[in-house]
Design a protein around this ligand. Structure first.
Ligand code: HEM
Length: 808
């Protein structure tokens, strides 16, 4: 049966209508009123919204929904007055299935408006906007992050459908003669109901978590059962009596047996444990309070027995379904039989036939969409990667939509993005709760022995081994070589009409890294290796498809070639077939000759994979940063001139033809500020991923073990509360002291960039030589970014034409 089309409470305001037979539901609402009011006020005081969005899900057609809305609005208005805050505007959404009788609610609106003092014509009257949202609450009803408070009373025990598992292969019910779980039902019946409840409730929670604002609240009241036993005297007995009434009519020949056998209600009364389990499993909410209570018997209606109140209530909620299935002709007689059975049962024992559960969950997980099942938002992520807006656009659009902390799902993993110096500290400097772990596909490309991918225990060991690459002594030696490389490259710029800065920078940094790491200087070999490394980088953000021809597959092939080249190089050196080189690889090989107990030597794979890692980590990052620096200086001619002036003065101090030294660089504080400001504005590594090792909290949101928390460095670099005029290029801003964790170009904590000083030195050397050799003009101001780039870089490569300066 199509529940969504057929199911609704008995419409209208007649004697048998839901509107006139929902006093039990009203009692339930009244009994949890204190919880509802306390929750909405707490929410109002903590979020102070100008517009307060309230939704009542499963509002039905009687007066109950408007009475809740009235209580809520009055409570908020009263509190606003007390604390002298302007009363917010109220956006109220009443939801139920499309077949619900919304008209009778709307007819009662003028009275409600009058009671609440709403008068559109008066300027200072309350602003209340009430609308209907027809649709199933098992799925999305509202836009993302649009609701503050969701209320639902007496609805969530209705499932989205009769559990399909109740029917065998031939479509025959396995619960013959019964309409719900009864003592005689097989365990498969309760399993079928529980499974449907779990699916539905998880979908309900997931949908609401996306619709509520961060910290949004819900109060849910629904029928439940007291213990784990499925057939109880609280709820299932009402259905048992309905089964018995229908069976009597079968015996009387008024209903066909088959009709009874194929009728099952789409209802489930969960236990407290089942609710808790589902909330924990789904993970979007925490439960602030979960209470169970019984409706007191109301004997005040002398004209009506309690039994007949129960009977008319059940009739009002079941009539549409029963009529649809059995035909309208049986309804009066059925409920006459039912009423007698209810009276008889109630006379035997003081049963409180209805047990309610009130749950008050708060959204504690970050807002944001998890996208489609399985795929999540991977397609959107890959689409951003494939576009000229760059991959960060994926993050930025969501940050603007959801705020500074949001979640998404990419390639099978839940990712949370956070920006804020506090979260940067909490995540990047807390090795107990978070660790760095790259996705499997990344590890396949750089290798699982790469510093980027090794386990936390191994990380320190390998990092120690690699760190002499960036010792002061090593950098000092390197600077001389690198300076020469820059001079050689710049020498031919004046003979070229257009110089693609990025391409030249990529070449210089690549050659520089290869010289430092393994003294590789042969132009052909360098070119081959550079192409392979470029293919590996491209594959890092590709879909990990190992199909021949795919980018990922090509990346894996390129990795193999690089590994082989490095292995040959190591073996040749070990056999003494090459002259001695004073480089990083040699220093690692030398360690093999004098092994040290405390620090085991690196294996061949560890050496190969980490040399590849250092090239990847050092080349493109530094070249991209250099390119952005050239662009920013072109856009800020005054700053360029001022720095040129200072650098020219410094170069007067060094003898002509001599190479730059580390000491020279230390004399260039303002050039260094240009480097730093370029790194801030460009945010080359835009975010840093960490995996949560345990359930914890970030920015007040729950983070579950296994989620990936990404510190959004770019958002921090663009935060106006940390940097005045953050989009402007102002190197001298670094004269002022920085707030902790506000400059993250090289990360922070145990995973801070290993090559930080090397990168800064390379950029400063390049800046000094360029600015003292040429004036330049960027000839293509296109700001589109390169597709599929791991680090943001200009698609145009920043083409410039140069004019030589007069020799000093
Ligand atoms: C301007 C150039 C560079 C920038 C912007 C940069 C940025 C970064 C950042 C932000 C991290 C930390 C990422 C995280 O915490 O998740 C990092 C890590 C790293 N960088 Fe750099 N980097 C640059 C140049 C270099 C160079 C030249 C090298 C080569 C020596 C290098 C080697 C590394 C390594 C090995 C790591 C991993 C450290 C670890 O996990 O312990 N980087 N880099």
């Amino acid at each position: 049966m199509d529940v969504e089309r057929v199911f609704h409470m008995k419409e209208g305001v007649g004697e048998k209508s839901y509107a006139r037979n929902s006093s039990l539901q009203k009692k339930a609402i009244d009994m949890v009123k204190h919880i509802t009011i306390e929750t909405i006020l707490d929410l109002y005081l903590t979020t102070s919204p100008q517009n307060l969005s309230i939704a009542d899900l499963g509002c039905s057609s009687g007066p109950n929904t408007l009475s809740v809305i009235k209580e809520i609005i009055n409570a908020v208005k009263g509190t606003s007055r007390k604390i002298r805050r302007p009363v917010p505007e109220f956006r109220v959404s009443l939801n139920d299935l499309p077949s619900n009788d919304f008209n009778s609610i709307f007819m009662a609106l003028p009275d409600l408006y009058q009671e609440l003092g709403k008068d559109q014509r008066r300027e200072n009257s309350s602003l209340i906007f009430i609308s209907a949202i027809p649709g199933s609450f098992y799925g999305r009803l509202f836009p993302s992050s649009s609701q503050h408070f969701i209320h639902s009373s007496y609805s969530l025990h209705w499932l989205s459908k009769v559990p399909p598992m109740l029917y065998d292969k031939e479509g025959k019910s396995i619960n013959k003669g019964k309409v719900y779980i009864s003592e005689e039902s097989s365990p498969m019946v309760s399993e079928a109901y529980l499974a449907q409840y779990q699916d539905d409730f998880a979908l309900f929670l997931r949908s609401r978590s996306e619709e509520l604002i961060p910290g949004g609240r819900m109060v849910l009241v629904f029928l439940g059962r007291q213990g784990c036993d499925h057939s109880d005297r609280g709820n299932s007995f009402l259905w048992e009596l309905l089964s018995q009434s229908l069976a009597i009519m079968v015996a009387q020949g008024q209903i066909e047996r088959e009709k009874l056998d194929s009728y099952d209600v789409h209802f489930y009364a969960p236990s407290k444990e089942e609710i808790e389990d589902e909330v924990i499993k789904e993970g979007s909410f925490t439960i602030d309070c979960l209470e169970m209570f019984e409706i007191e018997r109301d004997e005040s209606h002398v004209a009506r027995s309690y039994g007949s109140t129960v009977t008319t209530t059940v009739r009002a909620i079941q009539e549409t379904m029963i009529c649809h299935h059995f035909g309208e002709g049986i309804i009066d007689e059925l409920f006459e039989i039912y009423g007698k059975l209810v009276d008889k049962e109630l006379a035997k024992e003081d049963i409180r036939p209805i047990t309610y559960i009130s749950a008050k969950p708060t959204v504690k997980i970050p807002p944001g969409s998890l996208g489609l099942p399985f795929i999540g938002e991977s397609l959107e992520f890959l689409a951003a990667n494939n576009s000229n807006k760059g991959i960060y656009d994926f993050v930025q659009t969501r940050r603007l939509r959801y705020g500074n902390c949001f979640k998404t799902r990419i390639l099978g993993k839940t990712h949370v993005f956070v920006s804020g110096t506090k979260s940067a500290k909490a995540v990047l400097s807390n090795d107990e709760n978070f660790t760095k772990r790259y996705v499997r596909s990344m590890a396949e490309l750089v290798g699982d022995q790469s510093l980027l991918c090794v386990s936390q225990e191994q990380h320190q060991l390998i990092r120690n081994r690699l760190s002499h690459l960036v010792s002061t002594e090593s950098i000092s030696k390197f600077i001389k070589h690198f300076d020469q490389m820059v001079l050689n490259s710049l020498a031919n710029w004046e003979h070229r009409d257009v110089v693609n800065v990025l391409q030249d920078a990529l070449k210089i940094t690549f050659n520089g890294m290869c010289k430092m790491l393994m003294s590789l200087e042969d132009a052909n070999e360098l070119e081959k290796l550079q192409n392979d490394v470029a293919q590996i980088c491209e594959a890092m953000l590709a879909f990990p498809l190992k199909l021949p021809g795919s980018r990922f597959y090509k990346g894996l092939k390129a990795r193999r070639r690089v590994m082989d080249t490095l292995k040959i190089m190591m073996d040749t050196r070990r056999k003494g077939l090459e002259k001695y080189h004073d480089d990083f690889l040699q220093s690692l090989l030398e360690e093999e000759k004098t092994p040290c107990h405390d620090a085991p030597i690196l294996t061949d794979t560890q050496i190969q994979e980490n040399i590849l890692t250092l090239i990847i980590a050092g080349q493109v990052t530094t070249a991209s940063a250099v390119t952005w620096m050239v662009k920013y200086l072109d856009e800020n001619q005054e700053i360029q001139e001022a720095i040129r002036h200072q650098q020219q003065k410094l170069s007067l101090k060094t003898p002509p033809g001599s190479s730059l030294t580390l000491e020279d660089l230390n004399e260039m504080p303002n050039a260094y500020k240009v480097v730093k400001e370029s790194l801030r504005l460009a945010s080359i590594v835009a975010w840093f991923p960490r995996i949560a090792l345990k359930d914890c909290e970030v920015e007040g949101f729950k983070i579950k073990k296994g989620w990936i928390v990404n510190i959004d460095a770019r958002a921090i670099h663009e935060d106006p509360s940390l940097y005045h005029d953050p989009t402007k290029f102002i190197p001298l801003r670094f004269d002022d002291e920085l707030k902790p964790y506000s400059f993250l170009a090289f990360g922070t904590g145990g995973r801070t960039c290993l090559g930080m000083n090397l990168a800064k030195a390379m950029m400063t050397v390049f800046l000094h030589r360029l600015i003292t050799t040429y004036r330049w003009k960027v000839i293509d101001s296109d700001v589109k970014l390169e597709k599929r780039a791991l680090f943001a870089r200009l698609r145009s490569g920043c083409p410039v034409s140069v004019t030589p300066l007069a020799p000093k």
